[in-house]
Design a protein around this ligand. Structure first.
Ligand SMILES: *[C@@H]1O[C@H](CO)[C@@H](O)[C@H](O)[C@H]1NC(C)=O
Ligand SMILES: *[C@@H]1O[C@H](CO)[C@@H](O)[C@H](O)[C@H]1NC(C)=O
Ligand SMILES: *[C@@H]1O[C@H](CO)[C@@H](O)[C@H](O)[C@H]1NC(C)=O
Length: 444
């Protein structure tokens, strides 16, 4: 590792937000204070006990039923066991204040907490210490990933999720699908060092995700289809799989996505767009201000992704996609070069721009860029547009000027593995070098 002991000062003045990626308001329509003033439903009054043994499931469902048409469900500080899962659906104008720690005890699949078909919702911790400990290692140590996701939101409009910590999910940590006008921020997610333990997956419309740290070995913050108007910023993939768009297949429909200020350390990639066959398109996407260190791949578009079966169609069309201001180093640039743009021969990429891109290898003294059926500007891209072409590789033998980038001094040095309990982290003070969180962290 070239920079493991060197802390570069953040000198770069980061470009201002280029475009308003969102379309209108995100977040709840009324404050949690207003909801609490209307009605408060404390789970302790519905049979819950902070004894780490009584099942929180039924009391949480009852408290929600009492407050879901306007009020705040409160899980006060303390340790709770969860043996059965809850489906919190319907209603509007409610909040879930999680200040305690929920320990998974049940072994069913599905979702520990499912929130669906509702609106004007806020899920938060007032102290920044509310957490769900999924204890996934108990299942992973048996070689299985069959357990529950921690949190799923489905068909929710005008909502936020913030200042909550999710740890060691048996399966995925947090997904949002078919949601509208959401804001997700100030979150720490820490899972096992294994595939299938995704951090945040989103396929939705008009969502702002910011100031999130993910440790795992699969998706960090990933956009799936269909999605539009998604702004993702200040993301710290602190030993992860890395961020991605995909996997994409038949009927892909993704547009107007901006990823900005993404710091990726010891991950599979900094950003991957992955598909195999399929149809539809991904358009109008910007990946701006990325810093990488110790990752296998960096910029990786793979439209022949072998971990996915081939979908019907000539390939997903990628168009008008910009990568700008990428800095840092990759683990081994002669093994896995920092630019890999492998587009579908049946649907060559157009309007791809790679600019202000300066990355260098941590081992050896050369790296490569590879392009196939890809058109645009920068790296090995062919200008204009046209027919498919076989992969062309450019070898780079000297370090590009200005590749050094600031590092986060608290980069995780050893993975958590999958066989031992994973400690609940505290929220980091910052999620990208030199950038303060957009909103104050709860409890600070
Ligand atoms: C390309 O994408 C950018 C960013 O989303 C957008 O501002 C621009 O209008 C798009 N250009 C075209 C020609 O669609
Ligand atoms: C880097 O990759 C090259 C090519 O695959 C390989 O020969 C070399 O051993 C690798 N270096 C390290 C330190 O793994
Ligand atoms: C990265 O993860 C490690 C291990 O969880 C943690 O000690 C460190 O504080 C994290 N970094 C930040 C900036 O939170």
């Amino acid at each position: 590792m070239l920079f493991s002991n060197v802390l570069y000062t953040a000198v770069a003045v980061l470009p201002a937000l280029v475009s308003a990626q969102l379309s209108g308001h995100v977040g709840p329509l009324t404050s949690s204070a207003t909801k609490t003033a209307k009605k408060s439903c404390n789970v302790l009054n519905y049979g819950a006990k902070a004894d780490k043994s009584t099942d929180l499931g039924p009391p949480l469902a009852s408290a929600h039923a009492a407050c879901k048409t306007g009020g705040t469900v409160v899980i006060p500080a303390g340790d709770y066991a969860m043996n059965t899962w809850v489906s919190l659906t319907g209603g509007s104008g409610w909040a879930l204040q999680l200040d305690g720690i929920i320990y998974r005890k049940g072994t069913a699949g599905g979702n520990m907490i499912f929130i669906g078909s509702t609106s004007d919702v806020e899920v938060f911790s007032s102290t920044g210490k509310g957490a769900v400990q999924g204890n996934g290692y108990e299942i992973h140590a048996q070689g299985s990933r069959t357990g529950a996701r921690i949190l799923r939101m489905n068909k929710v409009t005008d909502f936020s999720v913030h200042d909550v910590i999710l740890v060691d999910a048996p399966a995925f940590h947090f997904s949002m699908d078919t949601c509208t006008n959401g804001e997700v921020y100030n979150m720490a997610i820490r899972g096992g060092n294994w595939g299938g333990l995704d951090g945040i997956d989103v396929w939705s419309n008009n969502i702002w995700i910011h100031d999130v740290m993910v440790t795992n070995k699969d998706e960090c913050v990933t956009v799936k289809s269909p999605s539009k108007n998604i702004l993702i910023e200040n993301i710290y993939c602190n030993w992860s799989g890395g961020c991605a768009i995909g996997s994409l297949s038949t009927g892909t429909d993704i547009s107007s996505i901006l990823y900005k200020n993404v710091y990726t350390w010891s991950s599979n990639q900094m950003m991957m767009i992955k598909s195999n066959g399929g149809s539809g398109s991904v358009s109008n996407v910007v990946f701006e201000n990325f810093i990488g260190r110790g990752n296998a791949y960096s910029l990786n578009i793979d439209q022949y992704w072998s971990s996915q079966s081939v979908g019907d169609g000539n390939g997903v069309q990628l168009k008008n996609i910009t990568f700008k201001n990428w800095k840092g180093t990759e683990a081994n640039g002669s093994q896995r070069g920092p630019v890999r743009i492998i587009c579908a021969d049946g649907a060559p990429c157009t309007g791809i721009t790679v600019s202000d891109f300066a990355m260098w290898t941590e081992s050896g003294s050369s790296q490569w860029y590879a392009c196939r059926s890809a058109y645009g500007n920068g790296a090995c891209l062919k200008a204009g547009s046209g027919a498919s072409y076989a992969a062309v590789t450019t070898t780079v033998k000297s370090a590009p000027t200005g590749y050094q980038a600031p590092t986060m001094k608290e980069d995780l040095q050893t993975a958590f593995g999958t066989t031992q309990s994973i400690p609940i982290p505290t929220m980091p003070a910052s999620f990208y070098p030199g950038v303060a969180p957009v909103s104050r962290l709860a409890g600070r």
